[in-house]
Design a protein around this ligand. Structure first.
Ligand code: NAD
Length: 397
């Protein structure tokens, strides 16, 4: 297949591009490199040394013999170019990773909120309307987030996207209805992913677009089978307070002998998936495309759940680190349970990599190996969810 990977220079997009190219697909990366600009804005860099996208593609050609093409294009700001690009390349499938993906970055200031909404909603909508206009019947696979469901627990498993409800009609009869699971985003970033869901629902129903939305958990791990094939193919690893996920923060803190900073009680439960499983899930989703006229297919792309304080304990046990509890910069439930259905991917043959078995490898081969590149002042997560919280945030344990 000819596959467009939108956002293919990013953390999930790059290994996915390599994985699909390795399977023999003709891969075209489309990216505006905004993520690299954001690094410059924040004064941070990937822990792992990353080459330019052109150089990465050159090395991939050298080690695999396969060509990956790169196209510099802003999906949100260059609608006409996007449409022309689609008309020229006519992909069979499109994987859409191209959004601003950090919740703390989206809450940093009013400017960051505006940027995140403009970028994410326009990128998704421009893509959908361009597909309708060009009459390209590509299967669109979008990377959404588990965060759209929210984390308030009712003790029931979160289904894959849809909820069966019963309502009473005017005659007093009970009628069944299938609705999108009600969203409860916890940040402006998650709000844009909730809006994406409505855009998808509309274009699937109105124009017959074939769409799969993957509600992904927090991705951990750095390398995949393909990124390990050459040191210049290495994946990015974000550790700064805005883009570094909670687990990456713990790994980095352990590597520089800094206490593992748990926010609040650490009772927040989150869903996780290894990057190797992410790329496999995208492959599985591609093999199971919806038909025209089908509702949006939604998969929960996660393999395990953990409480933040349990994660800290797991890392502390492996590294001998201390744990420090700090006030939470986020506005979220102090404690929550999380039970998630992920039957679709398991039924398609996913065999997940477990945190417990892969964590040590990350500590030794990534965090400790590149510890000399860590700028410790960028590790604490300090972007606050409200002005009130900002006044109370503590930067150091
Ligand atoms: P990332 O920031 O590393 O990659 C996103 C890529 O998209 C970057 O290369 C960026 O330059 C590009 N991009 C952003 N806006 C663009 C635009 N307007 N035009 C063209 N390119 C644009 O993020 P990631 O971690 O690879 O995440 C990819 C997707 O997966 C995101 O949509 C994210 O919401 C979702 N996701 C990620 C995680 C995770 O833990 N990383 C978890 C759940 C969901």
């Amino acid at each position: 297949m000819r596959i467009a990977v939108l956002g293919g220079d990013g953390f999930c997009g790059w290994p996915t591009s390599l994985h699909l190219s390795n399977l023999g697909h003709d891969v075209h990366i489309v990216d505006n490199l905004s993520r690299r600009w954001i690094d410059t804005e924040l004064g941070v860099q990937s822990l792992t040394p990353m080459d330019s996208i052109q150089e990465r593609c050159r090395i991939w050609k050298q080690v695999s013999g396969n060509e990956i093409h790169f196209h510099l294009l802003d999906l949100a700001k260059e609608y006409q170019r996007l449409r022309l690009w689609l008309e020229e390349y006519r992909p069979d499938a499109i994987i859409h990773f191209a959004e601003q993906r950090a919740a703390p970055y989206s809450m940093k200031s009013d400017r960051h909120k505006v940027y995140t909404v403009d970028n994410n909603v326009s990128a998704t909508h421009n893509l959908l309307t361009a597909l309708v206009e060009t009459e390209i019947d590509a299967h669109l696979v979008h990377l959404g987030t588990m965060g759209v469901y929210g984390y308030s627990s009712v003790g029931a498993a979160i289904p894959e996207g849809y909820l069966d409800v019963e309502i009473e009609n005017l005659e007093g009869e009970k009628k069944g209805l299938e609705i999108l699971y009600p969203t409860r985003p916890g940040s402006v970033y998650h709000m844009t992913k909730s809006l994406d869901q409505i855009l998808f629902q509309f274009y699937a129903q109105n124009d017959g677009l074939r769409i799969t939305d993957l509600h992904q958990g927090i991705v951990w791990g750095t390398n995949t089978d393909q990124t390990s094939r050459h040191e210049q193919l290495i994946n990015r690893f974000d550790y700064d307070g805005d883009y570094g996920t909670v687990l990456n923060r713990f790994l980095i803190q352990a590597a520089i002998k800094y206490p593992l900073t748990v926010h609040g009680t650490g009772g927040q439960t989150r869903a996780f998936i290894h990057i190797q499983d992410t790329v496999r899930c995208v492959e599985l989703a591609l093999s199971d495309a919806p038909e025209r006229g089908d509702r949006v297919k939604i998969f929960n792309q996660m393999t395990e759940t953990h409480r933040v304080r349990d994660l800290a304990e797991m890392v502390a046990k492996l590294t001998g680190s201390e744990i420090a509890f700090l006030p939470n910069p986020r506005k979220e439930a102090a404690e929550n349970d999380l039970i998630v259905k992920n039957d679709s991917f398991l039924a398609l043959g996913l065999d997940p990599i477990r945190l417990e078995s892969g964590l040590l490898d990350e500590i030794v081969h990534i965090a400790e190996k590149y510890a000399h590149r860590i700028d410790r002042k960028h590790v604490p997560a300090v972007s606050a969810w409200t002005k009130d919280i900002a006044r109370r945030v503590v930067h150091d344990p």
